[in-house]
Design a protein around this ligand. Structure first.
Ligand code: ZN
Ligand code: ZN
Length: 420
């Protein structure tokens, strides 16, 4: 697309970004502190307090406790567009194994998705934008969101009156660190992150002594057949040009070798990009679960309960084109890529759906560029580069942090009035 008048002039941004080197050490300290003290979804009280302290020092108008632990900072700076900048801040129930000097000190909880980086980068961008407010006009709403990992934090903030309080934004901008070379930025227009449906399934058999299978309806065999047949949903029922993922992430049954249990439990995670494929996959999954139970002679229909659900994140084509063109002029064409649709999920799109504003959500790299290059040359990036949710996920602080701050600041300035 040629939108020459929307391409931000780099010289207009430079006075703001020139301050970044002085902020780097303080931001890195802040990041390490968050990384050491991760908090699970909706329990992010320490994190929220740290954010509030920073926002107040920047003179933003702060609202706390929105949607549980959510924090909103508003910077009104005259007439102009209203933009929403979003960072999520919850951690995961993962035992950290990075061995970093600033690794988590909370047993079994880790910032394994990099949300600590998102918070730090947004605070850095707000610092630059606040100090450089003479260079732009408009309103910035900074949304620090809890509980992204369980898919309900964004909705909780919306339900708690976020848009009644701040008004409707003209665009929603968000970013996520990922296993790409640090320094690079990636954005995909259209369906960019998958919808998720997580299901808990209970299969009912009939328990008996392990020596008397004739007296039992074995839920272990039922579970095994179900898991194997579920693998045919994507391979046999989805057109070759479409995508879906069906993963059975948990399978639990029984306690002892010589006892056939009464029940078995499965936990499924399903990823899709369109309502049609989602409906096809969910129907096939239910048909197979019920079918396998019937074939096994189960006396009771399985229970299929939703655990959590994320909508698909649709990146607005125009918003992406406008933002990515600014990224290209700032970072250079070779540092900006299209990662294609990701099978991960994100609830950032909820802010767009609820307000009617277009969404632009991008990735920025967190992997040491040399490490990435070596793995890419060997064709082993998927195996060798720890991804989000891995106990080894450890973004290099620089240039990851600076890239995230620059990307958020550049994107913000592209949408605010800069007098150009
Ligand atoms: Zn995550
Ligand atoms: Zn995440």
């Amino acid at each position: 697309m040629s939108d020459a008048n929307e391409t931000t002039d780099t010289t207009a941004r430079s006075p703001l970004l020139a301050r970044l080197p002085e902020l780097r050490n303080g931001l890195a300290d802040f990041y390490r502190d968050l990384h050491t003290h991760p908090e699970l979804s909706f329990a992010e009280t320490r994190t929220a307090e740290a954010i509030v302290e920073r926002l107040q020092s920047l003179d933003l108008e702060v609202t706390t406790g929105l949607g549980g632990t959510g924090v909103v900072g508003v910077l009104a700076n005259g007439d102009g567009p209203h933009i929403l900048l979003r960072a999520d801040f919850d951690a995961l129930p993962v035992q950290e194994r990075t061995g970093l000097p600033y690794a988590s000190t909370t047993d079994g909880v880790m910032h394994a998705c990099g949300h600590d980086m998102h918070v730090t980068c947004l605070l850095g961008a707000l610092d630059l934008l606040t100090a450089g407010r003479a260079h732009w006009s408009g309103t910035i709403t900074a949304v620090f969101q809890p509980a992204e990992e369980v898919g309900s934090g964004a909705q909780a903030m919306v339900d708690d009156g976020l848009f009644d309080k701040v008004g409707t934004p003209d665009v929603v901008l968000g970013q996520h660190v990922g296993p790409f070379p640090a320094g690079s930025v990636g954005c995909h227009p259209g369906p960019a992150l998958a919808a998720t449906d997580a299901l808990k399934v209970t299969l009912y058999g009939k328990g008996a002594h392990g020596s008397r299978p004739e007296a039992a309806i074995d839920p272990v065999v039922m579970a095994a057949s179900t898991v194997m047949r579920l693998q045919t949903v994507v391979s046999r029922e989805i057109p070759g040009g479409d995508t879906a993922v069906v993963t059975v992430g948990a399978l639990n049954a029984g306690t002892k070798d010589n006892v056939i249990p009464d029940t078995a439990e499965l936990k499924l995670n399903i990823r899709t990009y369109t309502p049609e494929i989602r409906a096809t996959v969910l129907a096939a999954v239910k048909r197979i679960i019920n079918g396998e139970a019937a074939v096994a002679g189960a006396t009771r229909t399985p229970d299929i309960e939703p655990i959590d659900t994320f909508p698909v994140l649709i990146n607005d084509e125009h918003a992406v084109s406008r933002t990515v063109s600014a990224f290209r002029s700032h970072f250079g064409d070779d540092m900006v890529f299209d990662p294609g649709p990701a099978t991960g999920s994100e609830d950032c799109g909820v802010f767009g759906t609820a307000s009617g504003a277009p969404v632009c959500f991008w990735f920025f790299g967190g992997t040491d560029p040399d490490t990435y290059r070596t793995a890419a040359a060997a064709g082993t990036t998927a195996r060798d580069i720890p991804s989000n949710h891995s106990p080894y996920f450890a973004p290099v602080i620089e240039p990851t942090l600076s890239t995230g701050v620059e990307a958020m600041t550049t994107a913000a300035l592209t949408w605010l009035s800069t007098g150009k």
